[in-house]
Each structure stands twice: as C-alpha cells, then as structure tokens.
Design a binder for this molecule. Sequence first.
Ligand SMILES: Nc1ncnc2c1ncn2[C@@H]1O[C@H](COP(=O)(O)OP(=O)(O)OP(=O)(O)O)[C@@H](O)[C@H]1O
Ligand SMILES: [Mg+2]
Length: 398
Amino acid sequence: MSEDLFAEMTETLFEDKSILSEEYRPDVIVERDDEIDAYRSALKDVLFGRNPANVFIYGKTGVGKTAVTEHMMSALQTEVERRDAAEELHVHFRNCNDDSVYRTVRSLINSIRGDEGETFPETGLSTSHALETLYEEMEELGGTFLFILDEIDHLSDPDTLLYELPRARANGHLDAARVGVIGISNNYTFRSSLSPKVKDTLMEKELAFSPYDADELQSILTARAEKALVDGASEDSAIRLAAAKAAKDTGSARQAIDLLREGGDVAEEQGATAITDDHIEVAAARVQRGRVQDKLRDQTMHGQLILESLARIEASGDVPARSKEIQAVYERVARNWGHDPLTTLKSIQNHLADLTMLGFLERTEQNEGRAGGVHYRYELALDPEIILETRESIENQP
Ligand SMILES: Nc1ncnc2c1ncn2[C@@H]1O[C@H](COP(=O)(O)OP(=O)(O)OP(=O)(O)O)[C@@H](O)[C@H]1O
Ligand SMILES: [Mg+2]
C-alpha cells in the first residue's frame, strides 16, 4: 500500500517552482528604472578604462539590492567585452556576514585565484599581509576589479578595509589594476558609524532603494508568476492580494514572492486548479505563524515562560494582567515544565519590559489613585494559540 502513497499526486500548478525560490535570478528587473539609471552612471567609468566610482547601496530587505546589482554586473560585463577602451572586468561578490577584514580579503584572494588556485591560509598571517597578497593577485591579472561587499555593515572593522581598498592605487599598491568597491547594506545607521575619511570615498555614489508599493509588487509578481506557474494557475486578484499584503507589511519583493509560492502550495493541497484570494489568505496566516514561532524561539527561556504565562492568563480572560499576577502564573508554568523560576518580581518586570519593546506584549498604564501610584498591565500582542503551540513543541524537543 505504502508505495501508492504518492500515486495520485499528478497535478501541479507550478511550471517551474524554482523560479519562486531565493536562488533564482530574474532576467528582467521591473520597476527599478530610476535606480538602474543612477547605477549605470555610477559605473560608467569602467567602460572608458577609468577608475570606477565607489558605490554604496542601501535599502530594506527584499527591495532588490542584490538582484539589481547582479543584473548591472552582467550587463556591464557584456558591454565591456564589446568595447576596446574598456579593460578586462573582474567582479567578485562577498557576503560580509560577521566577517573580519582578514577573512573578507582572504575570500577575495581565493575568488580571484579561482578553484584551481592555492587557497590563502585561514590564519597565521596579518591583515596587511593579506591585503598585499590581494594587490599582487590583482596586479598580475590587471584590468578593473569590482568588489561587491554585501551586508557590509556586518564587517567587524569596515573602516580599515574601506579606507585601504579605494586608495590602493593612489597609494602605489596598484598600477595595472583598478578597483571599485560596491557596498550593500540594509542598515541606514551604518553610514554614520564610519569614519569621516571613509565616508567621503565609499559614499561617492549613494543609491537608496525604497520599499515597493503594491503596484510595483504586483508587476514583479505578475512577471514571476508567468514563468513559474502553469497557464491560468493564478487569479489576477490573488496576485493583487499577495502584492497588497507584502506592500502593507514590508514592501519586500521577497515577501511577496514567498506569499505567492506558499499560496500555490495551499492551492495544491486543496486540489484547486488556480490560486485564489483564499489561498493567499491561508498562506499569509501560515507565514505569519512561522515568523512568530521563529521570534519566540529566539527568546530566553524565562522570556518564553512569561509569554506562555500570559497566553494561559488570556485563556481564562484575565487580561490585561499586572506583573504580580503574571509572576504567580509564571512560577506554576515554569515548575510544570521542570524549570526553576526566577525569584524576584523585579526580574519578571524586566522581562516584561523587554518583551513589550520587542512587540510581543502591549502595556497599559493604570493609575491607582493617590496611594497606589502607577501600575502597568500587560497582554499579548499576538495570538495566544501560536505561543502555546510553539512552547509545547520547544519543550517536547528531544
Ligand atoms: N525589481 C525587481 N524585479 C524583479 N524581481 C525582483 C525585483 N526586486 C526584487 N526582486 C526579487 O525579489 C527577491 C528579493 O530581492 P533581493 O534579494 O535583490 O533583495 P535585497 O534588497 O538584496 O534584500 P536583502 O537586504 O535581504 O539582501 C529576489 O528573488 C529578487 O529576484
Ligand atoms: Mg541582498
């Protein structure tokens, strides 16, 4: 019997589901014409054998910074190959997530050397040695190098690298090679954390990517759906709804695409022949659930226990609740799971303040009259069911 388990699953709404995945690179970028124009003029010098400008791209997550950058790089490469005045172009991507300058430089060296080359040692050498090696590798090849440093704000010491690289030529380290740095970040405060001399160079050209509105997301989704889904497998209104939801929440194209893919899964589960508004609604609730669960898992155990306590209080209707009442339930909940509860009211109140700041709780102020002073009352800002469910699964993990 078990070998027939999948036998009836013959229908799919997806023509090519990978087109809705994170790895997919769209061959058309829509709704970013102004940004592409500005990007184009920032990179123009490359075509004429001049030093490339340094570019800094910022904008929230999912607004096309990486997609547009990759698109620009391949278009630039194509054009460079057509022109005699342009020097050979070498583009190297690096995600700086929690990276040191040494590791970043090392990875650029390895990327230039390619798979066949000897890898640069992970430790044992100084950062300046690594930089020197990088310059040597670049000199050997010559031409124009563009280093794209994604999530540049995660670099442990951005000043050093961002000061050194753009000046390598002026400082006599490079002669045959030219270098431009493209920094990408979704942290708007990153700029002000840099030293003034770095700011001046890296920020030569700054490009801000704003969140997408519903219309823009709709055209991004429509273009994607056309390739990813079987003909007629999505209602226009469903795409509009997914776009509207993502626009209202974050303005992220990634979120909109995820919603459509999840909507497709829901539609398939229900045996439908097209994705409808209802499927998108179910998908949105699922995604929201997943997000809350992830956020909850990131909290400390006591933070979680306090949230669980509030969920239990809410089930009996006694919200908003005061910290003392929460503490009483919390002690029971903690012991129930076999944890030692925190003993002071103050520590519970600190957790409550943190959880409020993180958006888990809503706090109301209650004036108790002359003698009583001001008290806070708390209740959950989200569905208690999700909390209880997630807590169960965390506690029951092997
Ligand atoms: N203008 C666009 N046209 C087509 N697809 C787009 C566009 N903008 C974004 N996308 C798609 O949306 C998804 C997210 O975009 P991207 O990865 O470029 O965002 P990002 O700004 O780099 O986000 P993060 O800061 O999280 O890295 C990708 O699948 C990308 O292909
Ligand atoms: Mg990106």
